[in-house]
Write a protein that binds this ligand. Structure first.
Ligand SMILES: NC(=O)c1ccc[n+]([C@@H]2O[C@H](COP(=O)([O-])OP(=O)(O)OC[C@H]3O[C@@H](n4cnc5c(N)ncnc54)[C@H](O)[C@@H]3O)[C@@H](O)[C@H]2O)c1
Ligand SMILES: [Zn+2]
Ligand SMILES: [Zn+2]
Length: 349
């Protein structure tokens, strides 16, 4: 089968590799579309070494059609369209034992810890599949995984109708949090970034989104001004590695300083860099500081909302490219973040 193989860091080769074979409880999925994630960009550059070892086929955001099922599989049939949840938890660690799977200490992902979806076929456990109806196009189905991260974050932060929200980071994750949050609250959503192009993305699709360019104005001051000094109910941080801007709080501090009394800050950004924080404001507000990692069954909610057309995949899909052009797709994502959020890899042809 055809696959995009990372043969050395920063270099994909399109190769013919052996087809994987499904075990008794597994399913062979013919991939229709896969979506390129920020994590894939890190893997590409070698930043996940030695967790990923070469040669390697990345891809953990994908959807396809069931091609073959293992002997013991009863819940899914050949020909069904599915989104594949790439997460494998151990079931044995302290977090797994209380059912808190995203915190599994041995969590693994298809496409990160083992070959994934930048290939014509993938084998997955039957329990990792979520059926996708005809109301969701094959390429939109490839976004179910990343939307699920947005829905999981909203669940962790307990977004409810009427809530006012701020999101630091208008990248792939921030945009998915925004779209997921909009299915839950009609309240204003402040979106903070340093790229006007990314801040403009939701404009054509949603009302009451207030873009704030942190280079041009102080986001905390603007949020407090727009909320008559009250602050937002929930602030999400989806930046990770932050560009430092003089006279501006870093994104996490910005979240802390923007919430109302007893509000919630939900952190998603991953960085190995230290972030200086003054916690006094959080304590005086008796604010909640929580985190959100991957997803936990929100695939069903994401598929349902895609079917209801309450999500807008068009807003975040910048381009669809054939698998043969994957090297170019990675170049565009790295060099032109203003223009490219999500690029989908087409494996349906
Ligand atoms: N917790 C999870 O489950 C989870 C899942 C996937 C990704 N992530 C992490 O989330 C983060 C975001 O991922 P992404 O794919 O959206 O990345 P991205 O690069 O697309 O988005 C980050 C955005 O932050 C903006 N930014 C940089 N410095 C800023 C600043 N000082 N103020 C405001 N905005 C600033 C950038 O311009 C960019 O648009 C990463 O750290 C990633 O590793 C977490
Ligand atoms: Zn991802
Ligand atoms: Zn575990």
């Amino acid at each position: 089968m055809k696959a995009a193989v990372l043969t050395e860091y920063n270099r994909f080769e399109i190769k013919d590799i052996p087809m994987p074979e499904p075990g008794e409880n597994q399913v062979l999925v013919k991939v229709d579309f896969a979506s390129i994630c920020g994590t894939d960009l890190h893997i590409f550059k070698g930043e996940f070494h030695p967790r990923t070892r070469l040669p390697f086929v990345p891809g953990h955001e994908f959807a396809g059609t069931v091609q073959q099922v293992g002997k013991a599989v009863t819940q899914i049939r050949t020909g069904e369209r599915v989104a594949v949840d790439p997460i494998l938890w151990c079931g044995e660690c302290a977090a797994c034992k209380i059912g808190h799977y995203p915190a599994c200490t041995a969590l693994k992902l298809l496409g990160v810890d083992m070959n994934g979806g930048f290939a014509e076929y993938v084998v997955a456990d039957a329990g990792m599949l979520y059926p996708v109806g005809n109301g969701v196009s094959p390429h939109d189905a490839a976004l179910v995984e990343v939307y699920s991260i947005g829905f999981h974050a909203c669940k962790r932060a307990e977004v409810t109708n009427g809530d006012t929200i701020a999101i630091w980071g208008a990248g792939r994750i921030g945009q998915c949090i925004l779209q997921a949050a909009r299915t839950k609250t009609t309240g204003p959503i402040f979106l903070v970034d340093i790229l006007d192009e990314r801040l403009a993305v939701p404009h054509a699709y949603y009302d009451d989104i207030i873009p704030i360019n942190a280079h041009k104005e102080n986001p905390v001051e603007r949020i407090l001004k727009e909320t008559d000094g009250r602050g937002v109910d929930i602030a999400f941080e989806a930046v990770g590695h932050a560009v430092q801007i003089a006279d501006r709080p870093n994104p996490i501090q910005g979240c802390i300083n923007s919430i109302r009394g007893a509000g919630t800050v939900c952190l998603l950004g991953l960085t190995a860099e230290p972030t200086p924080l003054v916690m006094r404001d959080l304590i005086w507000k008796e604010g909640k500081l929580i985190t959100s990692r991957v997803s936990h069954g929100e695939f069903a909610e994401a598929i349902d909302q895609l079917e209801k057309k309450t999500l807008n995949p068009k807003a975040i899909i910048s381009q669809v490219m054939p698998i043969d052009d994957i090297q170019e797709a990675f170049r565009l994502l790295q060099e032109k973040p203003q223009q490219y959020l999500k690029i989908l890899v087409d494996l349906s042809i």
